[in-house]
Design a protein around this ligand. Structure first.
Ligand SMILES: Cc1ncc(C[n+]2csc(CCOP(=O)(O)OP(=O)(O)O)c2C)c(N)n1
Ligand SMILES: [Mg+2]
Length: 308
């Protein structure tokens, strides 16, 4: 991947979320936010290997996926501020971005619930002639959910074009992954469902892009589903108010030496880096100003999109 593009996108995601923290402190965002700070290379690498007609389903930690997929910044800001955006009309907020037009089937705050949805999209591709693939991002903890295993079993048995990207950030809320599974890795679960698998450095955009592309090619050739375990670390709490008392001292500082924004900054250098940083701030300022023009939801919207 072009390093300038990679730096611009991971840095944009980082700065977008840092702006959200400021907006929340100013009382403009309600509710909790699950930031992907530190994990940005996974959505950037993965989305680079998808086509516009492919389906994407993610978790509540999905701001980075939405940006990497190309959803408009002003609409994301509007949704977060409870304004009637083109996404979820301001009724969803941080964990419920959704844009059918972008093949973005949505975030989901129910742990693991995206996998059966994504499996359904992969099944649809079998019948609609699109040869699209369906990628779902989940956390390490989600891989212990029952519904996830039902969906993986069906995808494996039917050889569906499903890609599961596990964002292994070492924690499920406050619980370390090593306390939750009986095997040394998560990725070895793939074989019991007949899925191909790969483990990658999730802080390396190129490594993620390559692994996802191999899985995409396999899925489009009719050779079935894959599971990719991407190792990463979150540099912030599970959610924005998490005091992180369960993390050993020095852990976050150590993770900072490996995190993707810093890594790519070293590749592009300060001259290009500063130029890109300035462009990003301008783009965020403009998107934020535009988001404030989006009206609030109307009372009638509460009952729209409901089945009677
Ligand atoms: C079905 C369900 N069970 C429990 C929760 C509470 N919960 C919210 S986030 C979370 C941790 C999930 O960890 P992981 O899958 O590793 O994702 P991460 O938050 O680390 O990205 C839990 C248990 C939930 N939202 N949904
Ligand atoms: Mg996790």
């Amino acid at each position: 991947m072009d390093p300038l593009f990679a730096y611009r996108t991971v840095r944009l995601i980082r700065r977008f979320e840092e702006r959200l923290v400021e907006l929340k402190a100013d009382g403009l965002i309600q509710g909790s936010m699950h930031l992907c700070n530190g994990q940005e290379a996974i959505p950037v690498g993965a989305c680079a290997s998808l086509k516009p007609h492919d389906a994407l389903t993610v978790t509540y930690r999905g701001h980075g996926w939405a940006i990497a997929r190309g959803l408009a910044l002003d609409q994301l800001f509007a949704e977060l501020q409870g304004r009637a955006s083109e996404l979820s009309g301001g009724l969803g907020g941080s964990p419920y971005f959704c844009s059918a037009r972008h093949g973005f089937l949505g975030e989901n705050s129910i742990v693991g619930a995206g996998v059966p949805i994504a499996m359904g999209a992969a099944l649809a591709s079998r019948f609609d002639g699109s040869n699209s693939v369906s990628l779902v991002a989940i956390g390490d903890g989600a891989l212990n959910q029952g519904a996830v295993h039902e969906a993986l079993n069906m995808a494996g048995t039917m050889r569906l074009p499903l890609l599961v990207v596990v964002e292994n950030n070492v924690y499920s809320e406050l619980t370390p992954v090593r306390d939750m599974i009986a095997t040394p890795t998560l990725v070895e679960r793939a074989s019991i469902y007949g899925m191909a698998s790969e483990t990658v450095d999730g802080n390396d955009v190129d490594a993620v892009e390559g692994a996802v592309l191999r899985a995409v090619d396999q899925a489009r050739n009719g050779d079935g589903p894959s599971l990719i375990e991407a190792h990463t670390e979150r540099l912030v709490g599970h959610y924005d108010l998490d005091p992180q008392h369960y993390r050993p001292s020095g852990e976050v500082e150590d993770a900072m030496t490996r995190e993707p924004v810093r890594r790519l900054r070293e590749v592009v250098g300060d001259a290009e880096g500063n130029r890109i940083d300035a462009e990003i701030e301008q783009a965020l300022d403009a998107a934020l100003a535009a988001s404030r023009q989006v009206p609030p939801p109307t009372p009638a919207m509460v009952t729209e999109n409901l089945y009677a």
